[in-house]
Design a protein around this ligand. Structure first.
Ligand code: XMP
Length: 518
């Protein structure tokens, strides 16, 4: 996106920095988040931002080693908006003062009162004399820098909105990017007006730029792409295929832990519709043999992760002139991998991905979705002609059914699980609930229970249905099915799936549960 007007968001570690990017993308303005550590004077000169946002963050400018942007930010003669910590750091660097917020901290809802001063940033913003905003700050600005004026005040933040219009420097103590500041987008929209953004960033434009960039980068070399059939890797593959056609080879690793008909559907769709060079790596036996007898969740995950890389390497090494590895990394993945304080977080589950592969294989990474959010990837997929049914599919974990089969994995259990899962999903689709649910699946339990069918005793497996709503998989709520739906589904599973005689519904939220059972 080199030649597009760009907004630079300098991240000081706020929990909601991503939302700033979201809001600007919604306004059709292209923006990128970069952690403050990376933003040097040189970076700024190269980036050529049309405007800059300084995000919020957990640090205190009163501390000696608090993070700061280069001074050049304020000397580029472009609009700069400081939010929360961004406001405080702007004041501290330009000659104002920031104090510890003893008794003046504000967390949550607050009201900003209008002053007599008018400013374009607030055009159409105050619907009444005061506007509801969301605050989250301990420190506060106690003296504004020379040249600044006050345009809004709140009980605990006398300098809630300040600006030096001549220098195009603006700063707010609250967070305009969150939904709890209902009119926040208006303020950001006005900021775009001030900066003169043409607001023409579209997904079709993105597609064209991305294709040109891929062609330029790859030249006449070959690209390998690990295709899982999920939305991200599928869109990546189709986009790259459109750019370089036969220079792309996809590798689809079938580890024997896929859902009913999944492998056939994915392979058919890519071979038939896209005429793509696709290796279907049928390695079911390898994976299942290595998993035989294993019942510890982490051990299973590690075995699968390791084998996946081995298998991928085995097939990829025969592709001549392969110089690039394509991955469907999304923007949130990029941001989450930047830890503000570098503190280790607890490993709940070792997630399966192909990280580490490019270095091991001496390949260069190509990640054409790195700048997109999930819903933008779906839009791009639609633009590229991928069927809606494919783009709207529920997420499926890399280790597949292995983590939906607690305890030891056997072929028999996997087959039962596949059938039960297919019935559950069919029910959900029939009742038009699929799109309302983030993820739905069956887990086969490592217990057998006694039942009675047709006057005869049965001794078969129990299974648990799981369906959750979620925005990003980080937190989740169980889906509140009607009792009739659950009863009908249980009856169908027991009647149609040999090997299951008891069905339960998992009503645990995340936290304290996780979405998958292992
Ligand atoms: P948990 O079970 O951690 O799952 O609440 C959150 C989301 O992540 C998916 N998941 C995975 N996805 N590799 C993946 O690509 C994995 O190893 C993995 N483990 C869990 C899970 O299906 C849910 O959407």
């Amino acid at each position: 996106m080199q030649n597009h007007q760009r907004l630079l968001i300098i991240d000081f570690g706020s929990q909601v920095t991503q939302l700033i990017a979201r809001r600007f993308r919604e306004l059709s303005v292209y923006c990128e988040i970069h952690p403050f550590q990376n933003v040097t004077e040189e970076f700024l000169k190269k980036f050529k931002a049309k405007a800059i946002i300084l995000s919020g963050g957990p640090a205190s400018v009163i501390e000696k080693k608090s993070p700061k942007p280069p001074k050049l930010v304020f000397e580029l003669d472009i609009p700069v908006l400081g939010i929360c910590y961004g406001q405080q750091v702007m004041m501290a660097m330009l000659g104002g003062n920031v104090d510890k917020g003893i008794g003046t901290a504000e967390f949550g809802r607050a009201y900003v009162q209008k002053t007599d001063n008018e400013i374009l940033l607030l055009e159409g913003w105050f619907e009444t004399e005061q506007e509801k905003v969301w605050m989250s700050h301990g420190d506060h600005v106690s003296k504004i820098a020379p040249g600044f004026e006050v345009f809004g005040t709140s009980d605990n933040a006398p300098f809630a909105i300040i600006a030096n219009e001549e220098r195009k420097l603006f700063a707010v103590q609250f967070h305009p990017e969150v939904h709890h500041t209902p009119n926040g987008t208006k303020l950001l929209e006005n900021f775009c007006k001030i900066a003169g953004f043409s607001r023409d960033w579209t997904i079709t434009g993105y597609r064209e730029h991305a294709i040109a960039k891929i062609r330029d980068e790859v030249g006449d070399k070959q690209v390998i792409c690990g295709l899982s059939g999920g939305v991200d890797s599928s869109v990546t593959a189709v986009l790259i295929h459109e750019a370089i056609g036969e220079q792309l080879t996809c590798v689809f690793v079938d580890h024997g832990l896929l859902r009913k008909n999944e492998a056939q559907e994915v392979v058919k769709m890519f071979r038939d519709n896209y005429n793509m060079s696709l290796i279907h790596a049928e390695e079911q036996e390898l994976f299942l043999n290595k998993l035989d007898g294993q019942d510890d969740p982490e051990t299973k995950r590690k075995i699968i992760g390791r084998l996946f890389i081995e298998v991928f390497q085995k097939y990829a090494k025969d592709i001549k002139d392969a110089e690039f590895l394509a991955q469907g990394t999304l923007y949130p993945d990029v941001i989450e991998s930047i830890s503000f304080d570098g503190g280790p977080s607890d490993t709940i589950k070792s997630h399966h991905n192909v990280g580490g592969l490019p270095e091991k294989m001496g390949l260069k990474l190509i990640e054409p979705l790195r700048e997109l959010f999930k819903d933008e990837v779906r839009l791009l997929g639609t633009d590229l002609g991928l069927p809606k049914s494919f783009l709207g599919r529920h997420p499926f974990p890399g280790p597949g059914l292995a983590i939906r089969c607690p305890g030891k994995i056997t072929k028999e259990k996997l087959n039962i699980l596949r059938e039960a899962d297919a019935v559950f999903i069919d029910q959900i689709k029939k009742h038009a609930l699929y799109d309302e649910i983030w993820q739905a699946f069956v887990t086969i339990l490592p217990v057998r229970t006694v039942g009675v069918m047709g006057d005869a005793r049965t001794y078969d497996y129990a299974c648990a249905l799981r369906a959750v709503t979620s925005v990003d998989g980080m937190t989740a709520d169980y889906y509140p099915f009607e009792h009739n739906f659950l009863a009908e589904t249980a009856t169908r599973i027991i009647n149609e799936v040999t090997g299951i005689n008891r069905v339960t519904y998992d009503i645990t939220s995340k936290p304290p549960g996780t979405i998958e059972w292992e």
